[in-house]
Design a protein around this ligand. Structure first.
Ligand code: AMP
Ligand code: GLY
Length: 428
């Protein structure tokens, strides 16, 4: 079949890389794609907000599966439009994508379904939010309700910080979506991610990962979309994984189906491993970026087969997916200035040498300059990804490849995976 992949980041490059290896994939299209994706796909300009244009393209090119990478088109209802037109699509409906698009929606569902998560109050005005702060001690977590590109969350250590975050939200800093706030109890523990595919009834666990959200080494400085990740996350033991499936994924899938908005696609659970057990921090309705890159490195099964089965409600008929037991690690090379205003246009060389050393380099924010050279065009620019038997070896291999890349206007963290490397060293 022909497949259309929507998106342009490192996550989409990893998906394209894997989809192109599928026996099911005849021709891969990507919109808009990027220079990395262009190695295996025909990249084209297609406005994902113009649903009729996407449908027309799918009809013209006999697209048998649309894979939606990022959350925005899903929250915007693109999957509904495609399903309505009879085009199989991997990704949830607009109603189901509220699991990512609205924090209060998810919180209410957790409450109804008894899913472990932080205690919360929803506030529709500044005064309500300020009053809600009284209900919690410190630290306290203040969140804008809608999609805020990961920037709408403040973990406030002081009352002043919390009040400032509340004022920011109601001053419209996160758009009209931010005119509601969720005030949450602070959960203490280590964070990990767990992914599951679901077609609305069957749940297929699809790997664990941990990422590094802060820009600076030692997990310091401002939050980013993620500066690196590894999979699997050994802290997610088989027992913990089983607990997350039974206490978090299963009741979610049931609650969504019961509410008449069955969830189809990938459920990305951000978890806090607290002393009382795993608790849900948040859901995303898409693969993580850069977590997807490490999952795809480890995936041995045919990705297209799973995504199509998901789209066609027949996950139950598939054998469980196979993943390598090795560790995959990805290091994000970002443009100077990120996560503020990243420097654009910086030249990049050496990707071939890095790949020859055994790594896989996914393009996240690259473009071709007028003379055809590769340049930086975004905040996160490259995801240098390697796989090895241990976390320490994967880390060495990834940084060896990083050092072969010549990207003078970029930077990366040198300590991706530090927690796991420390644990490995302590254990052996
Ligand atoms: P979110 O966008 O909801 O994933 O939040 C971003 C980050 O804020 C998470 O990855 C956590 O590090 C932190 N965070 C969010 N909610 C809580 C909470 N209730 N307790 C502690 N940390 C949180
Ligand atoms: N790496 C975090 C995310 O994709 O949301």
């Amino acid at each position: 079949m022909n497949i259309l992949l929507l998106g342009s980041g490192g996550r989409e490059h990893a998906l394209a890389w894997k989809l192109a290896q599928s026996a099911q994939c005849e021709k891969l299209f990507a919109a808009p794609g990027n220079p990395g994706i262009a190695q295996y796909a025909e990249c084209l300009a297609l406005d994902a907000t113009d649903h009729q244009a996407v449908i027309a393209f799918c009809n013209d090119e006999r697209i048998g599966l649309v894979v939606v990478g990022p959350e925005a088109p899903l929250v915007d209802g693109l999957a509904d439009s495609l399903r309505g037109a009879g085009v199989p699509v991997f990704g949830p409906s607009k109603a189901a994508a509220q699991l990512e698009g609205s924090k209060s929606f998810t919180k209410e569902m957790c409450l109804r379904a008894g899913i472990p998560t932080a205690g919360y109050r929803r506030a529709d005005s500044e005064a309500e939010a300020m009053a809600a702060l009284d209900a919690f001690g410190l630290p306290v977590v203040v969140k804008a309700d809608g999609l805020a590109a990961g920037k709408g969350v403040t973990v406030a250590m002081t009352r002043e910080e919390a009040e400032e975050a509340v004022r920011d939200i109601f001053a419209g800093r996160f758009g009209s979506d931010g005119a509601q706030a969720v005030i949450e109890e602070f959960m203490e523990g280590e964070e990990a991610s767990y992914f599951a595919l679901t077609d609305g009834s069957t749940i297929v666990p699809f790997g664990t990962a941990q990422d590094h959200k802060r820009v600076g080494e030692g997990d310091t400085g401002p939050n980013t979309g993620g500066m690196g990740a590894y999979s699997p996350a050994p802290i997610m033991t088989p027992m913990l994984r089983a607990e997350v499936v039974s206490k978090i994924f299963a009741p979610t899938v049931k609650a969504m189906a019961d509410a008449g908005m069955p969830y189809s696609g990938v459920l990305y659970a951000g978890l806090m491993l607290t002393r009382e057990g795993p608790k849900l921090i948040e859901y995303n309705c898409r693969f993580g970026d850069p977590e997807c890159q490490v999952l795809m490195m480890r995936l041995e099964s045919d990705l297209a087969e799973f995504l199509l089965a998901c789209a066609q409600n027949r996950l139950a008929a598939l054998e469980p997916p196979r993943f390598s037991d090795d560790t995959a690690m990805t290091v994000v090379m970002a443009a100077n200035g990120y996560p503020g205003t990243p420097e654009k246009g910086g030249a990049i060389h050496g990707i071939e040498q890095a790949e020859a050393s055994g790594a896989q380099v996914f393009h996240a924010g690259t473009a071709r300059g007028t003379d055809g050279t590769l340049v930086a065009s975004g905040g996160r620019v490259l995801n240098v990804t390697a796989m090895a038997e241990t976390v320490s070896e994967a880390q060495k291999k990834a940084y060896k490849a990083v050092d072969l890349i010549d990207f003078p206007s970029g930077f990366c963290r040198r300590d991706i995976g530090w927690r796991e490397v420390e644990r490995e060293n302590a254990g052996g």
